[in-house]
Design a protein around this ligand. Structure first.
Ligand SMILES: [Zn+2]
Length: 291
């Protein structure tokens, strides 16, 4: 899908700002500038990243939430940006986006989440790891919870321009985001994208950030986690070599390692995950829309 920078409201409701400031009578006499929320997404699907820019004079957004879940709000280039993950299992239908502003006013918009048709594949049993399907799911949960504390961080924004792809040639997608993989009686959701690439291919940071993890995990293999600030993280898995250290700051395009097949991988590929507020989104769609 193309990501045009057009301020289209996700559902055809009137983009009418209902000020919920406390003393509306006096304020009605002055003519406050109603901040305009411009969505970069023409439509929002499960697995998407909601991206909206707020341009107004003087008044800026301080908080945004979707159904009460806090979203990221930060100054970006010439405006303020609201970024929120729409998870792969997000409820289909209308959601409530609430934005509060520096002058005490707030705006509510309805965001309609559409269904993504995720593919279902048979993963078989994880022979390479010598694990049963149940053990794989259990071990995956352990690795995921170890990551949870890292990706819950919300640090200062580390970048000032859009994201790039992690490979020079990222056109070969071996497994899409959100794919449901059956293994034994279990189902595992693929919360990243697998790019096909030969072993040793350079892997690049998709934007500036700080390395929060660079280690060998039984399932993820050699993996690097980059904190881009504002709760946005990128994870690079199954690397052959790691060329980054925890605590190191990296620039967009900097080499983090090389493509490999470490951990639970049947062949060389790069698994890229992007998490926002600890929720995984489709990395290619994120990179496409985050200009
Ligand atoms: Zn993968």
């Amino acid at each position: 899908m193309s990501a045009q920078t057009v301020p289209i409201i996700p559902i055809p409701s009137a983009p009418q700002a209902s000020s919920t400031a406390s003393s509306s009578v006096e304020e009605a006499t002055s003519t406050p500038t109603v901040p305009e929320i411009g969505f970069l997404n023409p439509l929002i699907f499960q697995g998407d990243t909601l991206v909206a820019d707020v341009s107004s004079t003087g008044v800026f957004p301080v908080n945004a939430s979707l159904d009460g879940r806090s979203l990221s709000v930060f100054k970006y280039q010439d405006s303020y940006r609201i970024v929120g993950a729409i998870g792969a299992t997000e409820k289909i239908g209308p959601h409530s986006l609430a934005v509060s502003f520096s002058d005490g006013s707030s705006v509510n918009e309805q965001v309609y989440v559409r269904a993504t048709k995720f593919s279902l594949v048979d993963l078989g049993v994880p022979e390479k790891l010598g694990q049963t399907a149940d053990e794989l799911v259990q071990n995956l949960a352990v690795e995921q919870s170890a990551l949870d504390s890292i990706v819950a961080l919300k640090t200062n924004l580390a970048f000032s321009s859009g994201f790039r792809l992690p490979l020079a040639d990222a056109s070969h997608i071996a497994a899409p985001f959100g794919e449901i993989r059956k293994t034994g009686d279990q189902e595992i959701r693929h919360l990243g994208i697998d790019f096909s690439a030969s072993k040793g291919t350079e892997v690049y940071a998709i934007n500036n950030g700080t390395v929060r993890e660079a280690e060998d995990d039984p399932i993820y293999g050699n993996m690097v986690a980059i904190d881009h600030g504002a709760g946005i993280f990128s994870l690079y898995m199954h690397l052959d070599q790691i060329k980054a250290k925890v605590g190191q700051t990296v620039k967009a395009g900097q080499i983090l390692g090389t493509v490999g097949d470490t951990g639970y991988a049947t062949g060389p590929h790069l698994h890229l995950s992007i998490k926002i507020g600890a929720i995984s989104v489709d990395p290619v769609k994120f990179i496409d829309i985050f200009r």
